[in-house]
Design a protein around this ligand. Structure first.
Ligand code: SF4
Length: 282
């Protein structure tokens, strides 16, 4: 009787191992066939073919659907910095009219530096987070006093300015100085996390470092400007927070989260999902 039970349990173990193996290959084969990157647990980047696939899809999409935004019509570092500081924690639609008004009033960094901080704060209203105009004004004064009205053109130096964190510095380097610098705002975080790491919370501190590395590694050489603008547009227009357009998304063959559903996200979530790239406090 004992021997019979041992045979039965051995057979059951074998069955469950076989089932596990079948499950594994059922999940893996479609990923191998469609170039879909495996969810990376060790921080390794996707292989070059997947990287290229992502770059090509993104830039093709951007050529067709990119947004027409006023700060994309200039390469003046001052104007780009104004737009980036305004965009911290504020939606594009609210920023556009204020950006135009602000630059009508302070068309150059010298004019901003020469204004009173009270006047600058009043012009900023009602955008909110009122420490931002104060810091922008201080940056302008320092640039005029110490740098002949010029903003620094290196990531490190830009981040020494109060209120300029890694994201804003990357955006200024990329959009004003046309360097291949990485960016990672909320939209880009969400997009890269879903495509390469899977559903879940992109704000986990471990994931944040990997996402910065990914954002840098994905930039096609010499195309940082378009690529970064495209990342932001795609995150804002296609891979949105609550209702991503998965059925028509050009990334669906390579996205490890496809098809994304709120349900699937919350099952895999380990933390809360709110913007954590706070630069106003740096
Ligand atoms: S398939 Fe869905 S989750 Fe993946 S990138 Fe596209 S919209 Fe985002």
């Amino acid at each position: 009787m004992g021997l019979l039970l041992s045979f039965q349990s051995l057979a059951m173990t074998k069955q469950s191992e076989t089932r596990n193996e079948i499950d594994f290959w059922l999940k893996t084969i479609p990923q191998l066939i469609t170039l879909r990157p495996m969810p990376s647990k060790d921080g390794h980047f996707p292989d070059p073919a997947v990287r290229r696939g992502f770059q090509q899809r993104l830039l093709r999409w951007y050529a067709r659907y990119r947004r027409d935004l006023p700060w994309r019509k200039t390469s003046d570092p001052y104007k780009i910095l104004v737009s980036e500081v305004m965009l911290q924690q504020t939606q594009v639609d609210r920023v556009i009219p204020k950006y135009k008004e602000f630059l009508r009033k302070y068309p150059s960094i010298e004019e901003l530096a020469g204004a009173s901080v009270r006047d600058v704060e009043a012009t900023w209203r009602p955008l909110g987070y009122n420490i931002r105009p104060v810091r922008l004004h201080a940056i302008a004064k320092e640039a005029v006093r110490r740098r002949g009205g010029k903003l620094p053109d290196s990531l490190e130096e830009l981040q020494t300015l109060k209120g300029v964190g890694r994201y804003t510095a990357g955006a200024v380097m990329s959009f004003a100085f046309r360097k291949d610098a990485a960016i990672l705002d909320t939209n880009v975080m969400r997009l890269l996390h879903r495509v390469f790491l899977g559903p879940g919370d992109p704000k986990r501190s471990k994931a944040t470092k990997r996402l910065w590395d990914l954002s840098a590694a994905l930039i096609p050489k010499g195309r940082g400007y378009d690529f970064n603008q495209a990342l932001m547009d795609f995150g804002a227009m296609v891979c949105t927070a609550r209702l991503p357009a998965c059925p028509t998304c050009p990334m669906r063959q390579i996205c490890v989260s496809y098809p994304w559903t709120p349900d699937r996200n919350s099952r895999n979530r380990t933390g809360r999902s709110r913007r954590s790239v706070k630069e106003g406090s740096s």
